[in-house]
Ligand binder design. Structure first.
Ligand code: ZN
Length: 398
C-alpha cells in the first residue's frame, strides 16, 4: 500500500485515504464545492482519536496518494477529454469544462487525478488490507467519459469500478445517496452486468442533472441492474429509510457482489444549501451501519465509501466524520448529543471564517422515525413495474 501507516496496537479494521493535496481540487472561493469541508472531516476524525496509537478501533492511514496515471484514467475517460483537461490545467486563466459549473484551474488535471487515485487505492486496499476503506475527498459521480459535469472533472468512482471490473473481474455493487443522480457512473456502466447500481436522489424533474427516472433500468447485460429511486423534494428520513431497507439489502443479497461501493454525498441533508431533501444524520449513520453488516455477510466485509456533494461545511464535516466512526466499528447512537472537540472547532473557524457547530448533532434535529409515507409504496410499485419483476423478498434481519 502506498504511503500507508498502521498506527493501532491491534489490526486495523479500516483505512482512511486522505492526502492533503486533495485540497488542491479547488474552484475558487466563490464556488460552492470545496474539499476544505472534507479536510475538516478528516481533522475531526483525528481529533476523536480514530488514528490514535493504541486506540481500540484505530484505523490505517494512507496519506500519500500519487496522481492516477493516464492508463488508469483511460479506463473510464476518453483520450480527447483527458487531453483537453491536461491543456486547461497548464493555463492560469479559467474556462468552463462543462456548461458552466465546472471551471478549469491551474493544476486541475493533477488535483482531479490524485483524488481518482485515492478511490482506486481505497478499493485496492480492501482486498489486501483492512476490509473497509474511506476516501472522503472522492465521490465525483457526475463526470462522464467525455466531459466534466456538476463540479466533477474526473469520475473517481467510474475509474475505480472500471479498474475492479477490467483488471480483477470483480462484481461491484454501487450505492449512491447523494441528492443528485449519479449519472456519470450509471451511464458509464449502463450495459454492464457486473455492476449493480442503486441510486437514491431528488427527482430529476426538480434537480440537476435531470436524469435517474425509475424507467432507466439498464440495457443489454445491465438490464434490471440499474435501480433509480427518485425522491420528491422534502422527502426525509422516514421515506428514505423505508425505501433503503426495502431495496438495498435484498438486491445486494441477490446480486452477490465482491465489493460494496458507497457514494456518501451529504447534500440530501435537511440543512443543505443546494438540494431540497431532508435527511438527518441518523439516516447517514444507518446507511453505513447497514452496509457494513451487508458487506460482512456478502463479501468478506469489503466496503469502500467516498464523499460526494454537500454544501454546508458544518454538516459535511460532521456527517463524514461519523462515517469514519461507523467504519471504525463504532455503534453510533443516533440521538448522541456529544460536544465537538474545542481544538477542532477553532480549526473550523480559522479555516472557513464562520462559526463552528457545538455538538455532533444540532438541537432540534429529529431522531425518531415515524411511519413511511404512503407514496413510498407507490414508488416501489413503479420500480417493480419498470424492472418487470418484483424486488427480491426482504429477510427479517434487514
Ligand atoms: Zn450532489
Amino acid at each position: 500500500m502506498v504511503g500507508s501507516e498502521e498506527v493501532g496496537a491491534t489490526k486495523p479494521e479500516w483505512t482512511l485515504v486522505w492526502d492533503n493535496r486533495f485540497r488542491e481540487y479547488a474552484f475558487g472561493p466563490d464556488h460552492p464545492f470545496t474539499e476544505e469541508s472534507r479536510w475538516l472531516a478528516v481533522r475531526l476524525m483525528e481529533a476523536e482519536g480514530l488514528f490514535a496509537h493504541g486506540a481500540p478501533r484505530s484505523g490505517a492511514l494512507v496519506h500519500t496518494v500519487p496522481v492516477a496515471t493516464r492508463g488508469e484514467l483511460e479506463r473510464f475517460h476518453e483520450v480527447s477529454y483527458l487531453d483537453l483537461v491536461e491543456q486547461a490545467s497548464h493555463i492560469r486563466q479559467s474556462f468552463p469544462l462543462d456548461q458552466g459549473d465546472t471551471p478549469s484551474f491551474l493544476g486541475c488535471y493533477e488535483a482531479a487525478a490524485r483524488i481518482a487515485r485515492g478511490t482506486i487505492t481505497a478499493a485496492d486496499s480492501v482486498f489486501d488490507g483492512p476490509p473497509r476503506a474511506f476516501n472522503p475527498g472522492g465521490g465525483l459521480h457526475h463526470a462522464h467519459a467525455d466531459r466534466a459535469s456538476g463540479f466533477c472533472i474526473f469520475n473517481d468512482l467510474g475509474i475505480t469500478i472500471a479498474t475492479q471490473l477490467r483488471t480483477a473481474g470483480r462484481r461491484v455493487a454501487y450505492i449512491d445517496i447523494d441528492a443528485h443522480h449519479g449519472d456519470g457512473v450509471m451511464y458509464g456502466f449502463y450495459e454492464e452486468g457486473r455492476v449493480l447500481d442503486i441510486d437514491f436522489h431528488q427527482d430529476g424533474r426538480t434537480l440537476f442533472p435531470g436524469t435517474g427516472a425509475v424507467e432507466e433500468t439498464g440495457r443489454g447485460d445491465g438490464t434490471g441492474l440499474k435501480i433509480n429511486v427518485p425522491l420528491p423534494p422534502g422527502a426525509g428520513d422516514d421515506a428514505f429509510r423505508a425505501l433503503f431497507r426495502r431495496i438495498v439489502p435484498p438486491m445486494l443479497r441477490s446480486f452477490r457482489p465482491d465489493l460494496l461501493l458507497l457514494q456518501n454525498g451529504v447534500d440530501a441533508h435537511v440543512d443543505d444549501g443546494l438540494a431540497g431533501l431532508a435527511l438527518t444524520p441518523a439516516s447517514y449513520s444507518e446507511v453505513v451501519t447497514s452496509l457494513r453488516a451487508l458487506a460482512h455477510e456478502l463479501c468478506h466485509g469489503r466496503l469502500v465509501v467516498t464523499g460526494g456533494g454537500g454544501y454546508t461545511a458544518a454538516n459535511v464535516s460532521r456527517v463524514l466524520a461519523r462515517v469514519g466512526r461507523v467504519l471504525s466499528g463504532e455503534e453510533i447512537d443516533p440521538s448522541e448529543r456529544k460536544e465537538l472537540p474545542r481544538s477542532w472547532r477553532t480549526e473550523f473557524e480559522s479555516t472557513l471564517g464562520s462559526s463552528a457547530p457545538l455538538e455532533w448533532l444540532d438541537s432540534g434535529m429529529p431522531t425518531r422515525s415515524a411511519r413511511a409515507p404512503s407514496w413510498t409504496h407507490m414508488l416501489i410499485g413503479e420500480i417493480e413495474e419498470a424492472l418487470g419483476r418484483p424486488l427480491p423478498e426482504e429477510t427479517n434481519d434487514s
